[in-house]
Design a protein around this ligand. Structure first.
Ligand code: GTP
Ligand code: MN
Ligand code: MN
Length: 620
């Protein structure tokens, strides 16, 4: 082994360029230097590049990616500084069955995660990573999730052999020189985040546009606060600051430090009197967070702004909940995002500096996806590179195609979005995609009931993860794929936090469902901008001015409690949206029981809530 930075590293067998990059590293952070050296010795890259996060670096890397065929440069006028990438058809989403939480004991990972012994997993991964960067450049990306000015900045360093990852990370997080300098100055702790596409190049071997490996491992070591990701270039698997760090690892840190790391958007809502409130909302992947975060109210006098669209870090200080969006970019689902449904996202994307993945290309150098415009282009190149016409009978964009855009480009961004202290949090909303049973909105009876609602949150599966689409699955707090430890301990942590901070100080909890259907199969509620009517009811409930009906599942607005002015909705649709049907809910109980049986060790308080629900249903 090399003797750290002082010794010459000739004995390491590293290529000269890599050796020089190590010897001339732009940091004196010893743990970082040691780790980078160890990883380089294992993965054997041709070269090492310390990402500085500069515009020149972006220009160089994007040009290289265009030359490599990974990126298509879009029409400069309509999509300035923007690119489209097309993945391997088998590398299009998160791979939950290949995602592991490696804790000392299986109990640490709990009943909802794939577990492997950390030592065994390390052995396997060392086998995979050995030589995995041959013929490629290793990029070292210092990053911070949340503000660099935070009291306790949450640092990470991602090592990757993908330039696509470097460019995407530059959008999604604060990266590069300022981060490295501060981290070095404070000799700060950082999360080690190792990523490789797992596609080494032999001398003379030609590269493919989207290198990856059929054998994928997305591995979290929460006790070591470390991430090893192998074989995938897809965002959720490869941009390690996002799901792997800001949710899986951060949830474990939050458990130890007494806060919450959650899969929630953050919305700022200002009422006609000018009073602002902040709401976080947890919906499973592809169930409307980004859309709701960019809500365009359809009711007069109400203003919505965005603070975050995917992740909430909720801390408690002096009896107040405050929430931070740890990300600097949006990694949004493209299909269904359009000028009519989410003009705020469309305007943000149109300002350029965006990476699109797996969308379709128009003949004039633009992009298109299902739902972007009402008019469907006559000819496209689909995400697989084939000719496409409306008659093709298949989607032009992959259902999980994404846009990656700097958050600053969103013109309805609240100016306090990056306040290191976060913003005060008034309410938490849970929601899922359910055709039946769950009403448009209900208010929980209190913190424990709200935690029960979150613990039993259910949704029909979407294309955001590999696997069958449309199956009802339980997704506690929309965190099923992201809880970095035992789900029972996670629920207990929610309860404990409420008890510690005091119920009166906690945000109020609501449960929504934009996706309920009428008897003839259509959406009962028009959704999108019209969801502002639900937000208005919630804010008025917080203020104590809105009415509601107590039902067995919570307080639900009667028709007259909702502002429906100017809304084109039939009585039948409205009834379908708001109805609490005793039989549907009784039929829900076995599913909840099955879920609790799977969890095994559900906190007693939550089981009491389950019993309370049945009692209320039966006596209603
Ligand atoms: P991740 O980024 O994967 O965590 O997902 P997300 O929760 O941000 O999902 P997103 O906002 O991108 O929504 C995905 C899908 O939900 C799109 O197809 C939208 O058309 C649909 N959607 C969003 N809001 C509504 C709504 O209010 N009503 C209906 N019917 N569909 C909606
Ligand atoms: Mn998400
Ligand atoms: Mn989203």
């Amino acid at each position: 082994m090399a003797d750290n930075t002082t010794a010459s590293s000739e004995s390491t067998g590293l290529k000269q360029a890599a050796r020089e990059a190590l010897d001339n590293a732009p940091t004196t952070h010893q743990r970082l230097l040691d780790w980078v050296r160890d990883m380089a010795e294992m993965t054997q890259p041709d070269a090492i590049h310390w990402a500085d996060g500069s515009e020149e670096e972006w220009n160089t890397l994007t040009t290289e990616l265009v030359d490599a065929g990974t990126f298509v440069r879009l029409d400069e006028e309509r999509f300035p500084n923007s690119f489209a990438a097309f993945s391997d058809p088998d590398d299009v989403a998160r791979v939950e069955e290949r995602t592991f939480i490696c804790t000392k004991t299986p109990k640490g990972a709990g009943p909802t995660n794939n577990w492997e012994d950390p030592a065994v997993m390390k052995e396997t991964l060392i086998g995979k990573f050995t030589g995995s960067m041959r013929g490629r450049t290793m990029y070292v990306i210092p990053f911070v999730m949340g503000s660099l000015e935070a009291e306790d900045p949450k640092y990470g360093v991602e090592i990757t052999d993908s330039a696509y990852v470097v460019c995407s990370m530059r959008i999604m997080a604060t990266i590069g020189t300022p981060v490295l300098d501060k981290m070095t100055r404070d000799n700060a702790f950082f999360v080690e985040a190792l990523h490789s596409l797992g596609a080494p190049l032999e001398p003379g071997e030609e590269d493919v546009p989207w290198p990856c490996n059929p054998s994928k491992y997305i591995v979290q070591f929460p006790e070591d606060r470390a991430i090893w990701s192998f074989g995938s270039g897809y965002g959720g698997n490869a941009l390690l600051g996002k799901k792997c760090y800001a949710l899986r690892i951060a949830s474990a840190i939050a458990h130890d430090e007494g806060w919450l790391a959650e899969h929630m958007l953050i919305l700022k809502i200002t009422d006609p009197e000018g009073e602002a409130r902040y709401i976080s909302a947890a919906f499973p992947s592809a169930c409307g967070k980004t859309n709701f975060a960019m809500l365009e109210p359809t009711i007069d006098g109400w203003k919505a702004e965005m603070v975050g669209d995917d992740i909430s870090w909720i801390r408690f200080k002096n009896g107040q909940a405050r929430v931070v969006n740890p990300e600097a970019g949006l990694f949004g689902v493209a299909p269904g995002t359009g000028w009519s449904t989410n003009p705020n996202a469309m305007r943000g994307v149109a300002r350029g500096n965006t990476i699109f993945t797996n969308v379709a290309l128009t003949d004039d150098g633009g992009v298109w996806w299902e739902g972007m415009t009402d008019e469907v282009p006559e000819h496209l190149t689909d995400w697989k590179g084939n000719d496409w016409t409306p008659e093709s009978g298949r989607p032009a964009a992959h259902p999980n195609s994404r846009f990656c855009t700097p958050i600053k480009q969103v013109d309805i961004l609240a100016e306090e979005y990056d306040d290191p202290e976060g913003v005060p949090l008034s309410a938490i909303i849970f929601g899922g995609r359910r055709k039946t049973t769950v009403p448009l909105v209900s208010e929980s009876f209190g913190w424990e009931h709200g935690v029960f609602q979150g613990a039993t949150l259910s949704s029909e599966t979407t294309a955001a993860a590999k696997g069958a689409v449309g199956v009802v699955r339980r997704d506690p707090m929309a965190m099923l794929p992201f809880i970095g430890y035992n789900a029972n301990d996670y629920l207990e942590h929610w309860l404990d936090t409420g008890a510690r901070v005091g119920e009166e100080n906690m945000p109020k909890i609501y449960y929504v469902n934009w996706f309920r259907r009428t008897a003839d199969g259509g959406f009962a509620w028009p959704g999108f901008g019209e969801n502002s009517r639900v937000v208005k009811w919630i804010v008025e409930r917080l203020r104590g001015t809105a009415g509601g009906q107590e039902t067995p599942v919570g307080v639900v607005p009667a028709k007259e409690d909702l502002d429906l002015s100017g809304l084109d909705i039939s009585d039948e649709e409205l009834d379908a949206a708001l109805r609490v049907d005793k039989d549907e809910w009784l039929a829900e109980l076995p599913g909840i029981d099955e879920w609790f049986h799977k969890l095994g060790d559900v906190p007693e308080v939550i089981l009491e809530q389950r019993a309370g629900l049945e009692e209320r249903l039966k006596s209603s």
